[in-house]
Ligand binder design. Structure first.
Ligand code: NI
Length: 267
């Protein structure tokens, strides 16, 4: 990836998350090349930081909107973007529908959005890897958000960054299926997200996915450091459609469970 935006997203993701680094290094050693299926980003639906705002740097790079998804239980909406060059990773961006939450959550989110410096709001490229620009963050606020929406709490604590990258299992040479990938990860000591089963989706749905649970990283709160699950690594195996091309979309029911890969227990 020579593009600086993709390189910044990757470096931030790889350097912040020791678990991600370990997974990537293990696959790299065995496969020599790891192809990225998609990158996922999270945000809130406020006008200055919405999904459509975050999508702009990708549209500027030749991506187009391909499909959209509703997550009524988690109160999320998402779109995915594709590039005409199919070797480029797909981009999956979700946003929390804040109006469906409590006044406390709405007030917290609108305050943090107001505290994002103008130079980031004017430069979405930089915003995408800006992390938390609304310090100080408070652990009590984090826990109150967590009780209502894990997604909101995660964004409050980690801000703008890649939520996950995804290994394209189709491009792996030494793993015939997702089952072997999952066994390899478990033997390496990783815990898989088993919400709805270790493998989400079916060959009939044309997409099978799995993921490791995000590992905790230290987060600086005003009151001190707490360890919270940050980003995770996902694995995707795509099946061909009737025209022989690999399915390039997402399966909402599977994504719904994959969001839980950052689940944190209240502490
Ligand atoms: Ni994903």
């Amino acid at each position: 990836m020579t593009d600086t935006l993709f390189s910044r997203l990757w470096q931030q993701y790889y350097q912040t998350n020791p678990g991600v680094k370990k997974v990537y290094d293990l696959f790299q050693q065995r496969e020599t090349h790891v192809t990225n299926d998609h990158i996922a980003l999270r945000t809130f639906d406020l006008p200055n930081i919405s999904l459509d705002v975050l999508a702009k740097p990708f549209l500027d790079r030749g991506y187009h909107e391909a499909d959209h998804y509703d997550f009524p239980v988690k109160k999320l909406f998402a779109k995915h973007y594709e590039h005409s060059d199919s070797t480029q990773p797909k981009i999956f961006i979700s946003q929390l529908l804040t109006k469906e939450f409590s006044p406390f959550l709405q007030k917290t989110v609108s305050t943090l959005a107001k505290n994002i410096p103008d130079f980031l709001l004017h430069d979405t490229d930089k915003l995408l890897t800006s992390g938390v620009s609304w310090e100080p963050i408070h652990h009590q606020v984090y826990q109150t958000l967590l009780a209502e929406s894990e997604y909101a709490a995660w964004l409050y604590a980690f801000g703008f960054r890649a939520n996950h990258f995804t290994v394209s299992v189709n491009h792996l040479k030494t793993f015939p299926s997702l089952i072997e990938v999952n066994e390899f990860l478990k033997q390496a000591g990783f815990r898989l997200n088993d919400a709805g089963g270790e493998i989400k989706g079916t060959p009939q749905e044309l997409l099978e996915q799995s993921s490791i649970m995000a590992l905790p990283v230290p987060v600086q709160f005003a009151e001190g450091v707490h360890n919270i699950p940050c980003s995770y690594y996902e694995f995707a195996l795509r099946y061909p459609m009737e025209d022989g091309k690999l399915y390039s979309g997402f399966v909402a029911a599977s994504a719904d469970k994959l969001f839980q890969s950052t689940d944190a227990k209240p502490s």
